[in-house]
Ligand binder design. Structure first.
Ligand SMILES: NC(=O)c1ccc[n+]([C@@H]2O[C@H](COP(=O)([O-])OP(=O)(O)OC[C@H]3O[C@@H](n4cnc5c(N)ncnc54)[C@H](O)[C@@H]3O)[C@@H](O)[C@H]2O)c1
Length: 266
């Protein structure tokens, strides 16, 4: 029997109860990894982990909690060792898409998006890196960025800022992490067909498909493929990078009508 790409490895995936994180967790399990699946909604973490476990036959363990909370992210790194004896991969995927026009954007929304997207990713990466250093076998960190960290998209000023900051974090940390055999990279998705996007805009697929050079919106599975590549042995020499998965959108960046984001209540 051929060995699967991630056999005997353990991965953390945050914000994985649905959407991109779910596809990432599912693909890791399908390729042999044990996964700690985090979501802020406990029932969602439970049902997602159960569905992935029964579909793939792999171990997928739910861990509920808010990534903005230090105990949650530190607990995730500890749980990897308690449950599976090791940690190899950490995907800081959970992120809050915080809409609102700049003129009315509220401090409490700013704090929440910074706490989830930046503080959550920063301290989870730190907890994972400490565990990788202790384990002595290196490790892989993948941060979830966005094309909004590369190009202006209306009503996503604070959100886009957090995503650009994550990419700088990856570039900065090559200095401190590389000596420990740890790589750190970002995946920057374009417009992805997730349940949340389809709820915000039922016409999302057509609206974005018309504007994206490849002619279709991105699927969560496309993002999962990029994450798994960066976590795989094939990407051993790739670090400090951002892999944009957007069907070519950032090369032209046409914006659809996004007026619904202007007075959005986060
Ligand atoms: N969907 C897109 O089009 C798109 C595009 C670019 C980047 N991204 C980024 O990809 C990542 C995943 O996006 P998505 O659209 O799949 O997410 P989403 O908004 O659909 O949420 C996915 C899951 O994360 C959970 N979650 C939300 N906040 C959390 C928190 N604080 N702690 C733990 N879990 C939490 C939710 O309950 C949900 O089940 C995010 O970082 C997002 O910014 C998404």
């Amino acid at each position: 029997m051929t060995q699967k790409r991630f056999s005997n490895q353990t991965a953390i995936v945050t914000g994985a109860g649905e959407g991109i994180g779910y596809a990432v967790a599912r693909q890791f399990c399908a390729e042999g990894a044990n996964v700690l699946l985090n979501d802020i909604i406990p029932e969602r973490a439970q049902s997602a982990a159960a569905a992935i476990g029964s579909e793939t036959g792999a171990s997928c363990v739910p861990v509920a909690g808010d990534v903005a909370d230090l105990d949650t992210v530190r607990g995730l790194a500890r749980a990897a060792v308690t449950e599976f004896g090791r940690l190899d991969i950490c995907v800081c995927n959970a992120g809050l898409t915080s809409w609102g026009n700049f003129f009315d954007y509220r401090p409490e929304d700013f704090e929440r998006v910074v706490n989830v997207n930046l503080r959550g990713s920063y301290f989870l990466a730190q907890a994972a890196a400490r565990q990788f250093r202790e384990g002595g076998s290196g490790g892989r960190i993948v941060l979830m960025s966005s094309v909004t960290g590369h190009q202006a998209v209306p009503y996503l000023s604070a959100y886009g800022m957090t995503k650009a900051a994550l990419e700088m974090l990856a570039r900065n940390l090559v200095l401190e992490l590389s000596p420990h055999g740890i790589t750190i990279n970002c995946v920057a998705p374009g417009a992805v067909l997730t349940p949340r996007n389809l709820e915000d805009d039922p016409d999302y697929e057509r609206r974005w498909g018309d504007l994206i050079p490849v002619g279709k919106a991105i699927r969560s599975e496309d993002i999962a493929e990029a994450v798994l590549f960066l976590a795989s042995p094939a990407a051993e020499k790739i670090t400090g990078q951002a892999l944009v998965v957007d069907g070519g959108w950032t090369k032209t960046s046409p914006i659809p009508d996004m007026s619904y984001g202007s007075d959005y209540q986060n």
